[in-house]
Each structure stands twice: as C-alpha cells, then as structure tokens.
Design a protein around this ligand. Structure first.
Ligand SMILES: [Zn+2]
Ligand SMILES: [Zn+2]
Length: 392
C-alpha cells in the first residue's frame, strides 16, 4: 500500500508541475519506466482546455470570432508542423539562434507543451514506430490511446533532456520548455484583451473579450490539438503506402489538408530529414510552401531536399505496383485468350515467363514484397503437357 505521505507528495508535485513542468520528486528515467497510467491531477489544465469550449453557450458567436478561431487554427497548425515538427524534431532546415528562439515562442502558442518535450517524444516515435515502445501507436495501444490517452499518462509527462542534447544546450529553449504554461497564458490574455479593446474600438465587429477568448483560444486550440493528433492516430491507419517502411505509416490527402501537409506521413517516415513531406507537386504541402517562402527572406535557410535515391525508390515502387496490377488484370487474361486461339504461342509465352533466365532478372529487382506478388502470379501458369490443336 502506498503511504499517505507519498500520495500527498505526488499530488503536490503534480500541482507544481502545472507551472514548472520539470519539477519532479522522481527522475525522468524512473517515471518513464513505470507502466502507463492517467495522472488525473496533472491533466486538469488539459481538461479545462476542452471544457472552455462550452463557454460558447454564454458568449455566443459571430463571424469575427469564428474567423479568428479558423485563422488561429491554421496559423498555429503551421507552427506545429513547420516549427515543432520540421525544425525542432527533425532539423530539416536552419535558422539563427535568435530565430530559433522566436520559432519556439511561436510554437508555444499552440499549447502543445514546450518544443523540447514535443521533439523528444516525436523522435522517440520515429525510433520505435508501431512497436510496443511507441507511446502513441494505434496498432499497439488502440485508436483513442494513440489519439489522446498517451498525453494523459504520467510516464509521458517528463522531458528527457539527455535524449535531445542538441536542443537542451540552449537555456532559453529549456526555460520555455520548463515553464510551458507561460506563453499559453499570455496568449489567452492577449486574446481576451484584444476582444475587450475591439468591443469598444470597433463595435461593428460584435465581439468582446470573453467571446474572443472562447473562440480564439479554447475552441481553436482544442481543434488544433485534435487535428495534430490525427497524425498520431489516423495517419497510421488510413491512406496508402508508397514506401514499404517498417511501421504502418500512410499517405492521406484528407489529413494533409487539415494538417497543412503532415498527411504525407508514409513519405515522411521513409525520409524524415526532408523539409517537404509531399514529395510531388500534386501532394499538397502548405507548410512546405510557407517554409520555402520564408527562406526567401533569409530568416530560415538550408532547407533539406528529398534525395534522388528516394525518388528512384518511389518510382520503382510505382513500377512494381503497376506491374503487379497489370499482371493480375491483363497478363493472365491475355494468356488465357492466347491459349484458346493460339496454343503454341501461349506455350511459348508461359515458358518465357517461367524461364530461369527471366526469374534471374526478376531477382535483381530490389523490392521483395512486390517481387513475391509478381512471382506468385507467374508460377501458377503451368506449361501444358499436351497442347490442344489449334482451330486456326
Ligand atoms: Zn508516425
Ligand atoms: Zn516526424
């Protein structure tokens, strides 16, 4: 049985962590080693974020408040994807130290904790994708845990600075990460203040402090959280797979629209260092377009491209898939038709596809799963023992 004193200490510790997220009575290693379990007290601010949306019952809404919510959703989605993900987690481009601080500041308005906590967990996800160690794999832990549950688990609250040394050497970043409630509170206060000002300065907008707080902060931030979470949950469940990665990441056009490009998750898992995640022009990736535009100002630079070898691999996959599809729908039909009308030619065709020389060529192709499918299609076609007479 856990002593009462220990329960009281843990309760107090969770309360202090609302303000100082690095405060702990146990080491991050010890906490990480514990089994998953919801820390109810620590989750209260997160619950308040969701409950705050109900404020709309009292404040009502209007086109200005709703427009602010949508604008702040997409602006901050760019911060999550372009900054927390593509900069802090993957360093897919460079900026100055001051630029990096500004990026962390902007990212903190997303209310998804500090940049270092985010990057630490995300790098861990890439190292253990869809394995038992992965904190938010829908295949291991189920949809709801991967979407929202994992963030409430006590073992996922600490930031392990020893795993993100490249970021932890900047005290200003550690400060923002440690006091990760600071920027969200200031952001919420700024929205309330702006709404209050507009109520008097521009009454035609028909808004006020509380309304802008509810729409711009609570509703927009809650939607932003769930939009981002779709990448942890749905992007490993729905969509197509271009690359045969060891995880179950997928590419989804719909998810790419609501997350400004993050839906090309299979591309990203195949080559995570690239700034772009939509590898082709038809794979819409708004975050990449905005980062590219930002690079023209010089504020960010050295955007990392997708290497030619990855494009070649993608083309090979496309080629293999089209060969497999073509084999299913066409080759078998054609051989059957040929067997009916010209058995001798059919026999030659069958002998050709089953010949050791061709099999040797096929073996040279690098991709085993597609090769398997192609071979399976060809093997069942048996060389006939005796050929029927041709009608022609
Ligand atoms: Zn993933
Ligand atoms: Zn990533």
């Amino acid at each position: 049985m856990v002593p009462e004193k220990s329960i009281a200490r843990r309760l107090l510790s969770s309360l202090v962590q609302w303000v100082d997220s690095d405060y702990s009575i146990e080491s991050p290693d010890f906490i990480r080693a514990q089994p998953d379990g919801v820390n109810l007290v620590r989750c209260i601010p997160f619950a308040v974020l969701h409950l705050g949306c109900l404020g709309v019952i009292w404040t009502g809404g209007g086109w200005f408040a709703a427009g602010a919510a949508v604008t702040l959703y997409f602006t901050r989605m760019f911060a999550v994807t372009g900054i927390y993900h593509r900069y802090f987690s993957h360093k897919s481009y460079s900026t100055s130290r001051f630029g990096q601080f500004l990026l962390a500041l902007f990212g903190a308005t997303c209310v998804q904790r500090g940049a270092l906590w985010w990057a630490y967990h995300h790098r861990h996800h890439h190292q253990h994708s869809d394995e038992p160690e992965d904190a938010h794999s829908p295949h291991i832990h189920g949809f709801w845990w991967s979407h929202i549950g994992w963030i409430t688990s006590r073992r996922n609250f600490p930031t392990d600075y020893s795993k993100i040394r490249d970021l932890a050497r900047y005290p200003e970043l550690v400060f923002l990460n440690r006091f990760d409630i600071l920027v969200p509170v200031l952001f919420a206060a700024a929205l309330f203040g702006s709404g209050h000002l507009l109520e008097h300065a521009a009454p035609s907008l028909q808004t006020n402090g509380m309304q802008l707080l509810v729409w711009g902060f609570f509703i927009s931030t809650t939607a932003l959280f769930h939009g981002t979470s779709c990448i942890n949950s749905l992007a490993h469940l729905m969509g197509s797979r271009r690359f045969n990665t060891e995880d179950d990441s997928r590419n989804s056009f719909v998810l790419s629209l609501i997350t400004l490009g993050e839906g090309w998750h299979n591309n990203h898992h195949r080559y995570m260092s690239a700034t772009r995640q939509g590898f082709y022009w038809w794979e819409i990736d708004i975050t990449y377009y905005l980062l590219r535009a930002l690079s023209w100002t010089g504020f960010i630079y050295d955007l990392k491209e997708v290497p030619a070898s990855i494009y070649r691999e993608a083309e090979l996959r496309n080629h293999h898939d089209s060969v497999a599809r073509f084999s299913v729908s066409s080759i078998q039909d054609e051989i059957n038709t040929l067997k009916r009308v010209m058995p001798t030619a059919a026999a030659i065709a069958i002998a050709t596809v089953n010949s050791p020389a061709l099999a040797g060529q096929i073996k040279q192709i690098e991709d085993p799963p597609t090769l398997q499918r192609t071979s399976e299609l060809l093997v069942p076609v048996q060389f006939p023992a005796s050929l029927p007479r041709s009608d022609t």
